[in-house]
Design a protein around this ligand. Sequence first.
Ligand SMILES: Cc1ncc(COP(=O)(O)O)c(C=O)c1O
Length: 373
Amino acid sequence: MINVFQPSLGNEELEAIKKVFESNWLGKGKLTAQFEENFAQHLGISKSLVRSTNCCSEGLFNSMKIFDIKPYDEVIIPTISFVGAANAVLANGSKLVFCDVDKRSLNVRLEDIEKVVTPKTKAILLIHFGGIACEIEEIVKFAKERNIWVIEDSACGVASKYKGKSLGTFGDMGMFSFDAMKILVAGDGSILCFNNEELANKAEKIMYFGLESKSGYSNTVDKKWWAFDVSCAGHRAIMNDITAAMALEQLKKLPSFIARRKEINDFYNKELSEVSWLDLPPVVSDEYKSSYYFYWIQCRNDKRDDLAHYLRENGIYTTFRYYPLHLVKYYGCKEHFENAEWASNHTLCIPVHQSLSDNDVTYIVEKIKSFDK
Ligand SMILES: Cc1ncc(COP(=O)(O)O)c(C=O)c1O
């Protein structure tokens, strides 16, 4: 079966992990600090604005505490989002407010947010679908004027930029995922970034028991180094040096991963543009630098499900990301969002990852073309 997403790991990662074993320090240590520094450099921001954690979902959940979002506050989420975003809002006891998206880009637009914003809106938790920026400048400007926090889930955009600025660095907080299905894979792990140091320091405490002092060898006090103080009921959500060792190697390989993904993306664009019953992802200007996390096709012939089955029968796995959250019964949403529902019935994410061979992508294109001739 050709996977829809797949990591590319090799001897470099294995060697790096071996060294961590030999060092006898597997926890959060020098390598984690090094990865935070290297990733900050990759984003083009200061290391002081970056904190690592054990997964991006922790970033979503902790964002509610970091921004002091209260039970009566409303948080806007585009309905095409990761399930963890909605759970983070509900687990905080806050009000989940969904909004629609553009039916072709599946990205949230300012006009979608304007329709649902109220004086109770405290935060907008958005994603950049497939690694292409949503209307982030307009949304940030709108939010700033109303004292609304902007949280950017940039899990899809590990190397994405808009007008030369990394996604995740436009709002008040950004976050990236290194789980097994992402582009830069470290098994798990995440980087959170903030637009000021105060927020970054607050996040660090929330993600480590609310401890006011350093633990272990990092605690340099002369006496009673085992004593501590706590300022909030924080979690234990930290990266470790095994994860960081993998992540450091993957970060070196990231440019080559993105280059290969772009080749595949461009090949699909060229080859599939001839297929009369398909729409392809919208063409964006040079101001957008994508991570090519998804490649999606939209079936005008209402046969998306049949196509998915046909491809699976032929050894090609496909999926749809992200199933509209307002359709999930548990969230109790009574509204309809036309664009998201249309997209969810017509869109298919087809394989795009750096391990695909030329033969694989030619085969995928051939199979799509041979369906509904
Ligand atoms: C858009 C988005 N946000 C957040 C996450 C959560 O990431 P993690 O698996 O690192 O918790 C995912 C994971 O699939 C995702 O796709």
